[in-house]
Design a protein around this ligand. Structure first.
Ligand SMILES: [Zn+2]
Length: 469
């Protein structure tokens, strides 16, 4: 009896304090480093992340989580769950790579010979979130805590809007709080911001003909694309100045002496408010229709992505910031510093300011949006909180070969563990403090507004599982 009592006290004390939890995460940092490296090596693109998703599923299953895979009609999406009842805390993890950015883990531009690279650090994102879910579960077990911890395996963040389908399928509806993070060049837990985004591929169809012998019989699909682009470029003068419109011509014909019967242009429209994006996108469609009419071609388009802006939750954000401050940053070894200086030189700087990785950025309650994220849709469904960790050499932009390179080194792995620890401590706070959950929900309801209705910006289309094919 005494023995049983003693062991239970011991096992409780083993995970009782936040310091103990941090130590237990540190002990597993090598194995998580291996997992992130494996996903970095795989570098699978959006909706093709079969092996990356399977590896994270296996890791969570072995830790005692129940896995539901292929959710929301997406083969590489999954939910891993432990526990029962409320609160239900969700930790999101991504694992898709970016096309065309294959890179070795060296401080010079050098392709690893693959089709894609982890230029947004999502191999670290998925792995650290997995580590946090498991560490939270271990703490729940050791402390006999009620509630449910879930890991959401969310594919195709880069342009595929994977989370939007998961939100649309109602998979977040019973969640109390959602946590996420993102790899970056700094350690920060500020109120996030993101641009709402709508993207589509516009396809023009004409008639082929010999471009010199019988041009009158041809109708150029490329003319359709060019006329559309011209109109949209004129439209830029008549939209809000902080709107963003960008495109690439993904198909424009094969030979100048053949009138192209098919051409395609891929568009993004973005703004900090989704209503503005919806309006701009509708006008882009009108330009495409007008272009088809004027060039004697036909046009159809396929919605590809659509995401809400980000709704920050300051109640949770402050808690996450305090935890990040407690976790702290990390030091570079001499070898890492030499690597960092080379990377800094490639970015036009004299050397890398590695003190940035050691420090935590001051707390800010406002942010200027740059990119977009499908976390936006989650943040309009449940109170959501996030952070970034210095997984890249300070000064490195996302979506660069320098980001891929650092992500494949010990720098990325050290940064990732800062995130794993901060997410875990924040989840523990949520499980320990009912008032915190209530306060976060109150703020969420007030900010979202009582008349809010969730309407996915990508409409009712099925997941674009082949958008990277
Ligand atoms: Zn990303």
């Amino acid at each position: 009896m005494l023995l049983v009592f003693c062991t239970s006290v011991l096992s409780m004390s083993a995970q009782n304090t936040k310091k103990d939890v941090l130590q237990s995460i540190d002990q597993k940092s090598e194995s998580y480093g291996e997992i992130s490296q494996a996903i970095w090596n795989l570098a699978e693109m959006g909706y093709q992340e079969e092996k990356s998703s399977a590896l994270l599923q296996k890791t969570l299953e072995e830790a005692g989580f129940t896995i539901k895979t292929g959710v929301a009609g997406i083969p590489t999406a999954f939910i891993a769950e432990y526990g029962s009842g409320s609160p239900i805390v969700a930790i999101m993890g991504e694992y898709d790579a970016l096309p065309g950015l294959s890179q070795e883990a060296v401080a010079e531009k050098k392709s690893a010979g693959g089709a894609a690279g982890h230029a947004c650090g999502h191999h670290l994102f998925g792995t650290a979130s997995t580590a946090a879910a498991i560490a939270t579960k271990d703490w729940m077990v050791a402390n006999n805590k009620q509630g449910t911890i879930r890991f959401y395996g969310t594919p195709a963040e880069e342009g595929g809007s994977g989370k939007v389908y998961m939100v649309r399928a109602g998979l977040f509806n019973d969640v109390d709080i959602a946590l996420h993070w993102h790899p970056g060049a700094q350690n920060a837990a500020n109120a996030g911001a993101a641009l709402a985004n709508k993207s589509a591929k516009f396809r023009f169809h004409g008639f082929s003909a010999h471009a010199a012998a019988a041009p009158e019989q041809g109708r150029s699909a490329l003319d359709g694309v060019e006329a559309m682009n011209m109109m949209v470029n004129m439209m830029r003068e008549h939209v809000l100045s902080d709107a963003r419109i960008h495109y690439v011509i993904t198909s424009g014909g094969k030979a100048p002496n053949v009138v192209p019967d098919f051409a395609e242009v891929y568009y993004y429209a973005r703004h900090a408010k989704r209503d503005v994006v919806i309006d701009i996108f509708d006008r882009i469609v009108k330009a495409a229709e007008g272009a088809a009419l004027g060039t004697g071609t036909t046009m159809d388009y396929e919605m590809i992505g659509g995401t809400h802006e980000l709704l920050p939750n300051l109640t949770l954000q402050k808690v996450m910031f305090d935890n990040l401050t407690e976790v702290g940053g990390f030091d570079y070894t001499l070898e890492e510093k030499a690597f960092a200086d080379k990377i800094a030189k490639s970015l036009g700087k004299d050397n890398a300011d590695i003190s940035v990785a050691k420090n935590i950025q001051p707390y800010k309650t406002e942010a200027k949006p740059g990119g977009s994220t499908d976390v936006g849709d989650v943040s309009f469904t449940v109170p959501t909180v996030g952070m970034s960790a210095a997984t890249w050499v300070p000064g490195t932009p996302a979506h660069s070969w320098q980001a891929v390179a650092a992500g494949g080194t010990s720098i990325g792995k050290k940064g990732m563990m800062v995130a794993a620890k901060t997410l875990t401590l924040t989840a523990i706070d949520i499980f320990s403090d009912k008032k915190l959950v209530e306060a976060a929900k109150t703020e969420f309801r007030e900010k979202r507004g009582s008349d809010f209705k969730y309407i996915p910006l990508l409409g009712d289309r099925e997941p674009a599982l082949d958008y990277r094919n």
